[in-house]
Design a protein around this ligand. Structure first.
Ligand SMILES: [Zn+2]
Length: 261
């Protein structure tokens, strides 16, 4: 059900459904996949574009969660730390979150169930910010170990240093984005979620979950996507023509097989 939420940040689209803020993103996913693990955007600058978002940190030192205006780092040892505004990121995505739609998932729903429900309910041409509030009976999350230069490609780094957390009976929130296929070279198509436990002690990039009871999903249709391009010289050293969809899939699903298998 749509609930009206008109305002300066919520222009009503041609279809009549309310829309929220634009997605702000720094750099492009193909650069991260290719091993550009450093950027110049600070967390302080990221927060000027939103209170809700996800991303990575320089050197790939943990997963970034921006929730209710506070930025957190989830390290490869599973610990969660609030980060200072001077920390820099190679890639990040943020918006001002003002949900316009709520979806209830039945008891025991999984990540796959959520993906199916979003695919059924949301317009394939549109982009959305997504918040999934648990309790979760099970949550599988991941955070990367910092890389040493010269950096490998992302999928190879994650496969060589797997740090996956199997959380049980955890309360918290999954936050992220549901993006159309045509954004594949600049962002992750489909669902990309990071988890932050309510006690701020666990989290990570979401690889799977099972809800404990009913899960509430809050959705905001994004009004657009604004990309700030990284000016790091490393971007000019990578092959930006290569199709990295297989890498995206490996990274997203936690598949550790070498490329080509
Ligand atoms: Zn992620």
């Amino acid at each position: 059900m749509w609930t009206a939420c008109a305002g300066p940040r919520d222009p009503v689209g041609p279809g009549g459904a309310p829309r929220g803020s634009a997605l702000y993103q720094y750099s492009v996913i193909d650069a991260l996949l290719a091993g550009v693990f450093d950027g110049d955007l600070t967390c302080g600058a990221l927060k000027r574009h939103g209170d809700f978002g996800i991303g990575a940190f320089n050197q790939l030192d943990g997963e970034l969660v921006l929730y209710q205006g506070v930025a957190y780092r989830i390290r490869f040892d599973g610990s969660v730390h609030e980060v200072s505004d001077d920390q820099r990121v190679p890639n990040a995505f943020a918006t001002v979150f003002a949900p316009t739609q709520t979806i209830a998932l039945p008891a025991g729903a999984t990540l796959q169930d959520l993906q199916a429900e979003l695919a059924r309910r949301l317009r394939p041409s549109a982009a959305y910010a997504i918040e999934v509030r648990g309790p979760f009976a099970a949550m599988t999350a991941r955070a990367p170990e910092p890389a040493k230069p010269p950096y490998p490609e992302l999928a190879a780094h994650l496969a060589a240093h797997p740090h996956t957390f199997e959380l049980t009976a955890t309360h918290g929130v999954g936050i992220g984005f549901w993006l159309p296929a045509y954004l594949a070279r600049v962002n992750i198509p489909g669902l990309h979620l990071h988890y932050l436990a309510d006690d701020h002690k666990r989290g990570g990039h979401v690889l799977g979950f099972r809800g404990d009871g009913r899960l509430e999903v809050r959705v905001m249709e994004l009004s657009g996507v604004n990309i700030e391009l990284s000016r790091r010289p490393e971007l000019d050293q990578i092959d930006l023509r290569r199709d990295r969809q297989r890498d995206t899939q490996r990274v997203e699903t936690g598949d550790r097989r070498p490329a080509g298998e």
